[in-house]
Write a protein that binds this ligand. Structure first.
Ligand SMILES: Cc1ncc(C[n+]2csc(CCOP(=O)(O)OP(=O)(O)O)c2C)c(N)n1
Ligand SMILES: [Mg+2]
Length: 540
């Protein structure tokens, strides 16, 4: 066995389930060793796609994501996806060949690149370190929720490995909870008239505990965008807080006298630049990372710990009270709780469909057991707001770096994590064409995916940002592209939607046999920008 094989075998033994990548000479042996160790390998067509697939897979499966790349350009191609993963604290391991000889064409300072984008850099520096470094990379990814680059120098990879593949089992973290802060939060919950819980990424595993506690405290339930769906089915679910919030959710969150953020930093997106939190409201944050307490909307009280454990400890200490849960609020949530309940004027016409009408139509047509992935752009609120998801495992939002072009790969990683659900990729025309390299991957893997392109023939976000000020828009507008033909060329089924009547083509595909992915090329109306985008521009 050589060192490259030992590293692959060790990671397989640690518990890696699926790896993604683009294989070149520098990661050939390590990747094959993963496969020999029982790991599924998914070949992407671009390392950017591979990184985002692994990120989305990790988010939706709860397991570590692994990306395998060639030295040099393999890693630089992956960087945007890795940055997104690092910013999102996704447990991810990047296996990269490394050309340490400075005159090599492939040589770059890979460790510096990784640290520049917020990842942790490690290296297998000698054959003796092969297993221990692999196990350490796994541990840091899981326990510290980091994106870890494991550099594999070519000469070390090729050296013989004499040791055994014994990986240490990682012990769970079980620190004590901070008693006085937990007591103070119990007191605040016992006194609040209108408490609201906002759950974020760090709470996605804690629905049961949070619902139990919220029931006792009389709290309404909301999430940040990345945790969308967490409380689906609860009569007290306000859905997403922030730019995507319904008018009712925004009103009720603004009315809170206590906001408890669970694994959620309360950033400008979740709070509409802080305006959803009333000046008099008390703010509490429960988070594994105390750095979150002072970030964005600062907390009056910070409780360091795992969300589920803190919520569980509190449930025993809070006496049941009605809080915010009145019959009036229940009735309003029932009647106005979803975006599709909010009246609007359908602007479809002239061969184009209103993106709201399109999204509602898809919501009606697509099976409920779905997993929705969203790219970035002006369009992104429409699928986020009008297409419902069954739970927090039904929504994958890789937008911490605000890159366009990650949506399709996100949907692929999510689809692999949840083969029981219909994967839905919602993309703008710009993001779709940027990430199009992975369309072949969707077809090759036989994923029964629905890819919806909200096509306004423009970088709509820029059009609506600069157009109103009279700037020239030639750099951000494009002639029509026949995306349906491109999709058919890859082996997808495709329908072009220029009005509500064309959704019949989607219904036909849904009826079966769904043996090919479907691309819905929706020519959307684009007279004005989305209002959440106007909100977002304040942050630029
Ligand atoms: C990688 C990257 N390049 C550029 C941008 C700037 N940008 C933000 S939104 C956007 C337009 C996206 O166009 P499209 O996917 O068609 O969505 P639309 O805004 O038209 O709905 C651009 C270029 C970005 N966020 N990420
Ligand atoms: Mg566009």
């Amino acid at each position: 066995m050589i060192v490259a094989q030992a590293v692959g075998r060790a990671l397989a033994a640690c518990g890696v389930g699926t790896a993604f990548g683009v294989v070149g000479s520098g990661n050939f042996h390590v990747t094959n060793a993963l496969v020999a160790g029982g790991v599924r390998f998914v070949a992407a067509r671009h390392e950017g796609g591979a990184a985002t697939m692994a990120d989305a897979y990790a988010r939706m499966s709860g397991r570590v994501g692994v990306v395998s790349v060639h030295q040099g350009p393999g890693l630089t191609n992956a960087l945007t996806g890795l940055t997104e993963a690092a910013k999102s604290r996704t447990p991810l391991i990047v296996l990269a060949g490394e050309a340490t000889e400075v005159r090599s064409n492939f040589h770059i300072d890979q460790a510096a690149l990784a640290t520049a984008v917020g990842a942790v850099a490690m290296r297998v520096g000698s054959p003796e370190e092969a297993v221990s470094r692999a196990a350490e990379a796994y541990r840091v990814a899981v326990e510290e929720r980091r994106t870890v680059l494991l550099n594999l120098p070519l000469d070390v990879q090729a050296a013989p490995f004499e040791g055994s593949i014994d990986v240490p089992t990682t012990a769970g973290v079980s620190d004590a909870l901070p008693a006085s802060e937990v007591g103070e939060l119990a007191r605040l919950l016992g006194a609040a008239e209108r408490p609201v819980f906002i759950a974020g990424r760090g709470a996605r595993h804690a629905r049961r505990e949070l619902e139990e506690l919220a029931g006792r405290a009389g709290a309404l339930l909301a999430t940040s965008a990345v945790a969308k769906g967490l409380f689906r089915g609860s009569p007290w679910d306000l859905d997403v807080s922030g730019g995507f919030a319904t008018p009712l959710a925004a009103e009720l969150i603004r009315g809170a006298d206590l906001v408890v953020a669970w694994g959620c930093a309360l950033n400008m997106w979740t709070t509409r630049h802080g305006t959803l939190v009333q000046p008099g409201a008390k703010v509490v944050k429960v988070d594994l990372d105390p750095a979150a307490f002072t970030a964005h909307v600062p907390a009056d009280l910070g409780v360091a710990g795992d969300v589920a454990r803190v919520a569980e400890a509190l449930a025993a200490r809070v006496a049941p009270r009605p809080g915010y849960r009145s019959p009036e609020v229940a009735a309003r949530v029932r009647a106005e709780g979803r975006w599709r309940d909010v009246p609007y004027e359908d602007e479809s016409g002239g061969g184009r469909i209103d993106p709201r009408t399109l999204s509602i139509g898809l919501d009606d047509l697509l099976p409920r057991e779905r997993i929705v992935a969203i790219d970035s752009g002006n369009f992104m609120g429409y699928p986020s707001m009008f297409v419902d998801v069954p739970d927090e495992g039904g929504f994958c939002f890789t937008q911490a770096f605000q890159s366009i072009g990650l949506g399709l790969a996100t949907a692929i990683g999510a689809a692999i994590a949840r083969p029981d659900r219909l994967p839905v990729a919602a993309l703008g025309d710009g993001g779709a064409l940027m990430g199009i390299a992975e369309l072949e991957t969707v077809v090759r893997l036989g994923l029964p995916m629905v890819i919806v392109v909200y096509d306004d023939e423009a970088y709509g976000a820029e059009v609506h940002h600069f157009g109103p000020h009279g700037h020239p828009l030639g750099t951000v507008t494009f002639p029509p592209a026949d995306l349906a033909a491109i999709a058919r060329g890859h082996g997808c089924a495709a329908v072009t939607v220029g009005g509500p009547g064309d959704l019949a083509g989607v219904a036909e595909w849904v009826d079966g046999p769904r043996d090919r992915p479907l691309l819905v090329h929706a020519k959307v109306t684009a007279e004005h920008g989305s209002w959440w985008l106007e909100e977002a521009f304040k942050g630029h």
